[in-house]
Write a protein of this length. Structure first.
Length: 94
């Protein structure tokens, strides 16, 4: 991976983490001022976030595609695909 992509990925991850922190702080401020919000920093808010994570993750239709692509990348980077290809070709030639 080139340095340009590593730089872009690091900014993407940092931006997403910063947005999550801002969201948590806004929920805390909103609940302090009496807005109709769930405080994500309170114990009940943390429990709610953890309970709803799996259902929110499973409800997205793109998740199977992302899972397959991540698995494919892991297999490709670990050279497992090349090893299996050599094994299959070796067995096939016999």
């Amino acid at each position: 991976m080139s340095n340009r992509w590593k730089y872009w990925y690091s900014w993407l991850v940092a931006s997403l983490v910063l947005l999550c922190i801002i969201l948590a702080l806004m929920s805390w401020i909103g609940s302090a001022y009496g807005w109709d919000m769930q405080n994500l920093l309170a114990p009940e808010g943390i429990r709610w976030a953890l309970r709803s994570t799996l259902s929110n993750f499973a409800a997205m239709p793109v998740i199977p595609l992302i899972t397959v692509l991540v698995a494919w990348g892991v297999l490709q980077r670990s050279s497992w695909l090349k090893a299996m290809q050599k094994l299959v070709l070796y067995k096939w030639k016999e």
